[in-house]
Design a protein around this ligand. Structure first.
Ligand SMILES: [Zn+2]
Ligand SMILES: [Zn+2]
Length: 336
């Protein structure tokens, strides 16, 4: 597929989309119904539907019975760790295998023309971004995800949190499912903004930012404190009246959903004519410029409201540069 029909490539070979990212259309006034309906389809299909499908598979085939979950034990904790590990290996591994190892579409639709495997660097374990990111994902990322999962399910099983039933509260619970991605975006924006505070950045978040040119293995490659807080979004379902299936869905949006910002390609070519949109550009720009796009992809446009939105346009670029200049000026003024 000709990616230059959809974007431009600079001298370095980096590709950028011509269409600029937009916030979700329901924030616009007056409402444009046809735009909202089109957006709604993309909101559900395919990514959030996929996360709901894995959630249901877990609930019916993986998650142990309530009696078992009343007691914390290594047995079911390690079982969940293994399933999460295999799930991530299949999902992230498939994208890595076809698009980064086999390079089936070369660098078409790739934001950064270079591949991490071609650029050894001292900042990574074994000088390899791939090995470093993979190991950190399994040692810290998936283990902290599983810890949050176990604690949340244990709390539900013991009645420490209100467990609403689907038969008594169908509309409220359906609404919670529907807004779970917005809960994720809002929560992620604030914790992410917090760990960009210089002392926390240095101690915690810099690990994730070592990958300036992220690939799927970068998604969960974080400091253990970050990955615990990041997946901790599921604990909100112990505070608001909810249901463990929705808590689990929230966790899958975080764990499996982390890949979206780190695919590195704007579109994955599936067949000759069919592509899958990655929704990765805004978070790619975050990895490139650090102080823009702390949130998701405009579902809850907190970046817009806080002045850190970068949609890929020249105007956003100029705004960001002006902010950086002001920051340098402020720092210099402090020194004098
Ligand atoms: Zn990232
Ligand atoms: Zn960051």
């Amino acid at each position: 597929m000709d990616d230059l029909k959809f974007g431009t490539r600079n001298k370095r070979g980096d590709w950028a989309p011509s269409a600029h990212a937009e916030i979700a259309p329901f924030w616009a006034w007056p409402p444009q119904i046809s735009k909202v309906l089109k957006w709604l389809v993309g909101y559900i299909w395919p990514w959030n539907a996929f996360h709901m499908a894995t959630t249901l598979l877990y609930w019916y085939y993986i998650i142990p019975g309530v009696e078992t979950m009343k007691t914390l034990s290594w047995d079911w904790a390690l079982w969940l760790y293994a399933v999460n590990g295999v799930g991530i290996f299949i999902m992230y591994g498939a994208i890595e295998f076809f698009y980064y190892f086999k390079r089936r579409q070369g660098s078409r639709f790739k934001y950064n023309a270079r591949f991490p495997a071609d650029n050894p660097s001292d900042v990574f374990w074994f000088k390899s971004q791939n090995i470093d990111n993979f190991l950190r994902s399994y040692v810290f990322g998936i283990s902290m995800w599983t810890l949050v999962e176990v604690l949340m399910l244990w709390a539900f099983a013991n009645g420490y949190a209100p467990w609403l039933s689907w038969s008594e509260h169908p509309l409220y619970l359906a609404f919670l499912v529907f807004i779970a991605p917005a809960i994720h975006d809002t929560y992620f924006f604030f914790i992410h903004r917090a760990i960009h505070w210089p002392p926390l950045y240095k101690w915690v978040h810099s690990v994730h930012h070592n990958s300036i040119n992220p690939s799927p293995w970068s998604s969960l490659s974080m400091h253990p404190v970050e990955t615990f807080i990041y997946h901790g979004v599921a604990f909100l379902h112990l505070i608001i009246p909810s249901n463990p299936i929705i808590g689990l869905f929230q966790l899958h949006l975080a764990g499996y959903g982390a890949v979206n910002g780190h695919i590195g390609f704007d579109k994955l070519e599936l067949t000759e004519g069919a592509t899958l949109d990655s929704h990765a550009y805004l978070h790619y720009l975050h990895h490139k410029y650090f102080e823009v796009n702390y949130g998701g992809d405009g579902l809850v446009p907190l970046d817009k409201w806080f002045g850190t939105w970068h949609d890929g346009s020249k105007q956003s670029q100029a705004q960001m540069e002006a902010r950086f200049e002001q920051k340098v000026a402020r720092m210099n003024a402090k020194k004098n």
